[in-house]
Write a protein that binds this ligand. Sequence first.
Ligand code: FAD
Length: 357
Amino acid sequence: MSQTVLILGGGVGGLVAANELRKALPKEHGIVLVEREASFVFAPSFLWLMTGGRTAGQISRPLARLEKKGIELVRGEIERIDADKREAVVNGRALAADFLVIALGAELAPETVPGLAQAGHDFYTLAGAEALRDALARFVGGKLVVLTAAPAYKCPAAPYEAAMLLEYHCRKRNIRERTQIDLYAAEPGPMGVAGPEISKAVRQMVETKGIMYHPEHQVKEADAEARVLKFASGAQAPFDLLAFVPPHRAPRVVSEAGLVGGSGWVAVDRQTMETTHERVYALGDIVSVPLKLGKPLPKAGVFAQAEAEVVAKNIARAITGKGKPAAFDGEGECPSRTSQGTIRRAATGSTQEGPPR
Ligand SMILES: Cc1cc2nc3c(=O)[nH]c(=O)nc-3n(C[C@H](O)[C@H](O)[C@H](O)COP(=O)(O)OP(=O)(O)OC[C@H]3O[C@@H](n4cnc5c(N)ncnc54)[C@H](O)[C@@H]3O)c2cc1C
């Protein structure tokens, strides 16, 4: 009997799941992917786009290409999810399936910090990175501030990489001597989940470039007019140009479906990514996977991809009866570009620790 897999979200995890399932499943089984956007945009390249190294066209691909591969694409906003029924409502239409995969990522919520969206530009969205690129082109020197507005965010390396790329950009434009660069972080140090050695090494890399690093600074308000950040401690930081990572949260539609646990994210089996609902899986930024160290697995595309491969294998096996069971092992690493021609690698996953069984 033919079966249908419904995949919610056409980002990294959703696309990998759809492609892997299409390869593994005979044609009679349907794969339906729902996504609000017309194109997939490769978020890691926002950092290069903001400094002029990429255009939007270079980092985007139309999702309509999925149709040629035999994956049905439904464009629209997911309005409701019913996990018990394995059903989602899109553009007022209910789509039901035998297997449901939720890969809706993390929602960005700059509005939770008063004034933040008005005061600067985020580099976590295409629109934000483009606005920052344009603001950088007008920037002739002054106080450049990079800010993480909450201690946990996807790709723990990104703000550090961004600060170093911005520093390089200022040198290239001969405005470095007139520019003070400060990185205010809500977290206690860079990439804590990678362990103290990597954290120390990244901090050193940042500081060697003359970037002033201020950890444990939780922003509580931004004054766009006075161009000042106000922190919970009472400290303040003036800026001429502000580049920030917004706070993250689970998408509303997932919270309203009652799928979000105490961590603020969807709880899943650490090896199979199955939720507590039968034949309902969640993967990527939307989930929380605790590690042995006590910290959660970082939100990163490398993990969304690996989780999606595991989910696809296990769903294909459940449908066809073929193949071995697959388990997510929590391994991953994150390449970072700090200036022209420099790539440094830092493990962000848990190769040694692994997710506990
Ligand atoms: C600047 C930056 C740099 C990064 N660098 C790296 C890196 O170097 N290495 C790395 O591994 N990771 C990196 N990441 C993180 C990586 O991009 C994410 O972890 C990854 O995209 C997560 O995949 P996902 O499928 O869970 O979510 P996403 O890729 O965010 O996909 C979620 C999809 O769901 C859609 N969606 C959400 N809600 C709805 C709705 N209601 N209706 C319809 N569609 C909806 C969204 O439009 C989106 O397309 C970086 C991220 C950023 C922002």
